[in-house]
Design a protein around this ligand. Structure first.
Ligand SMILES: *Cc1c(COP(=O)(O)O)cnc(C)c1O
Length: 220
């Protein structure tokens, strides 16, 4: 099946209001171009330099989403053009995004990545720490960042009940955080190739699908 038919097939299962981010990390510009020609405009990448190189090689109306762990010293590569950063998991990172966005005279949409998975290794805010920062107003100081919502990576398991509980927890967190942010705080980014139908059932508004569109890849 072609990349475009895979995208169309996934799209046909998504309710209105759920955005598909096509995760193109590790895949060549030609594969992205094929998806683009089929109408896809939103792509997700996890490495800043790779993201920048692809941005430079491809049409300017693509919306690029940074979905992977982001080091503060790499923000500068993507700040001039990135549409959304899904992986904000510290105030330090938020500060640097804000500063780099200001240098470019831009406002960058960001999501708060929250740790919900059972694995220790997964990145993201510990929710209690995030809530404490939000309550003390720590996010009010950022003039060039717009906090749009929350993101998670669910536990990597075949056990659907565990994954469902992770997704439900993220939605609860979103509901609790929302009153502290503006109306634009309306994104719940959850669901990948193996679990996006369940994520949508649990209230996802943005799914990040890679291998199901582009095939297997050799790094995460
Ligand atoms: C790679 C990646 C995805 C896509 O994973 P697939 O299983 O290939 O769909 C989604 N989200 C994040 C944060 C990723 O790093």
């Amino acid at each position: 099946m072609s990349i475009t038919s895979k995208i169309n097939e996934i799209r046909s299962t998504l309710p209105a209001g759920v955005t598909l981010v096509a995760v193109s990390k590790t895949h060549p510009v030609e594969a992205i171009r094929e998806a683009y020609d089929g109408g896809q405009r939103i792509f997700g990448e996890s490495r800043p330099q790779e993201l920048k190189a692809k941005y430079e090689a491809l049409p300017r109306d693509i919306e690029w989403h940074m979905i992977g762990h982001l080091q503060t010293n790499k923000v500068k590569y993507i700040a001039p053009f990135v549409s959304m950063i899904h992986s904000v998991d510290s105030l330090r990172l938020m500060e640097v995004i804000d500063r780099e966005a200001r240098k470019c005279d831009r406002t960058i949409d960001c999501l708060l990545e929250i740790h919900v998975a059972r694995e220790q290794s997964k990145t993201g805010w510990k929710y209690a720490d995030l809530l404490a920062e939000v309550r003390r107003g720590a996010f009010a100081q950022f003039g060039n960042v717009r906090v749009r919502g929350v993101m998670c990576i669910a536990t990597n398991t075949e056990d659907e009940a565990v994954v469902r509980a992770d997704f439900e927890r993220l939605v609860e967190y979103r509901n609790e955080l929302a009153p502290h942010f503006g109306e634009a705080f309306n994104v719940v980014s959850m669901g990948m190739s193996d679990d996006y139908p369940l994520a949508v059932e649990c209230g996802s508004t943005m799914v990040r699908v890679g291998s199901k569109i582009f095939g297997y890849r050799n790094y995460l």
